[in-house]
Design a protein. Structure first.
Length: 357
């Protein structure tokens, strides 16, 4: 096991990762690089992490949905290797600026073991999935999260129903926010009412240090430019994005977030910026295969990265996961229509270096 707790970065980490996280960052969800035969490609995984780092991403989420939940299975055996690789590459230039977040899933025992591993590897926080508790009462979920948060800071995760999420009440989020180890929430129900439940639940807790990130890939720009506080208070916002969509075209995502921050600071959100919402959402609909209830979301992400040379293929650990009929064409059409979102010109001259050992 690689233990990074004695690194120079780890010593500084406890003082500054929360500050960087609170500033609002582009945090891509790391895909899993497999060749056409289903073999893990360390070379391409390293290239992906280097791409995100050099594009300006302020963080990376590893072992989450985009990395494929199957990597958590002991029989697959990829959870620790992928976390180790991502941490090593993030630090290879000697001055890590990326917040590292590990996805943890399963029952309390498994999630705590994964959190302990992530801590040993120098990760800053965990993104706590609740797919192992589809019918459990909310009190049981909260106790589970307290146990995980006692090991490493927790980022809550409100996941959309089609990929394993469940309804969580406004009161759940209020009580969740009272857990001392909670650092933030990824709001990703793809539902405006449920998004509001998270915001208002945390507001009711009285805590102002919990950082909100959007995971609503269908509503990225509106989430980031809309004040979420009540009248008369200093404006507060969802600070950044922890997104599968930002696992592609990441350099343009970083430019977009910087512009959003500038316009938020000025107090004037431009119509031009708001107009980009339609293009970004249309591209996301094609990549995530929204028309087919997100059946092709992982192959869609892989397809975009494969076309750029960052992935060896579009294969998933579950070989039945494939592009839906017409999805390839829909992605190509959307990318052509909204070329300002694509970053091929950033990737092409750097690709050989990223792929080098």
């Amino acid at each position: 096991m690689i233990n990074r707790q004695n690194s120079r970065y780890a010593v500084e980490n406890s003082r500054n990762w929360r500050e960087r996280f609170a500033e609002g960052q582009v945090i891509p969800a790391l895909p899993l690089a497999l060749d056409d035969g289903g073999k893990y490609s360390e070379c391409h995984e390293r290239a992906l992490v280097r791409y995100y780092r050099d594009a300006g991403a302020g963080g990376l989420a590893v072992g989450v949905h985009s990395t494929q939940f199957e990597i958590h299975d002991k029989g697959v055996g990829l959870y620790q290797p992928v976390l180790e690789l991502a941490a090593a590459v993030a630090e290879e230039k000697g001055d890590r600026a990326m917040v590292l977040i590990a996805g943890v899933i399963g029952g309390t025992g498994e999630a705590c073991r994964e959190a302990a591993l992530a801590k040993d590897l120098g990760y800053d926080a965990v993104l706590a999935g609740l797919t192992a508790f589809p019918d459990a009462p909310e009190a049981e979920l909260l106790e589970h999260l307290r146990e995980v948060a006692s090991i490493l800071p927790v980022i809550g995760f409100y996941l959309q129903d089609p990929v394993g999420g469940r309804f969580l009440s406004r009161d759940f989020w209020r009580v969740f926010a009272e857990i001392p180890g909670v650092a933030g929430v990824k709001i990703a129900p793809f539902n405006r009412y449920r998004t509001l439940d998270v915001i208002k639940g945390i507001e009711a807790s009285g805590r102002t240090d919990i950082v909100l990130y959007t995971g609503n890939d269908d509503n990225i720009i509106p989430d980031l430019v809309t004040p979420i506080n009540g009248e008369g208070k200093e404006a507060r916002f969802i600070r950044g994005g922890l997104l599968g969509q930002w696992g592609v075209w990441t350099s343009r995502a970083c430019t977009l977030l910087e512009r959003i921050k500038q316009e938020r600071e000025s107090g004037a959100i431009s119509l031009e910026l708001l107009g980009q919402h339609v293009g970004l959402t249309e591209c996301n609909a094609a990549i995530f295969d929204a028309v087919n209830a997100f059946a092709g979301v992982l192959p869609g992400i892989h397809y975009v990265l494969h076309k750029q040379g960052l992935m060896p293929g579009i294969r998933c650990l579950d070989p039945s996961l494939r592009l839906s009929p017409g999805q390839r064409e829909a992605i190509d059409v959307a990318a052509g229509r909204y070329a300002f979102l694509c970053d091929d010109e950033f990737v092409e001259p750097r690709l050989a270096d990223w792929l080098a050992d």
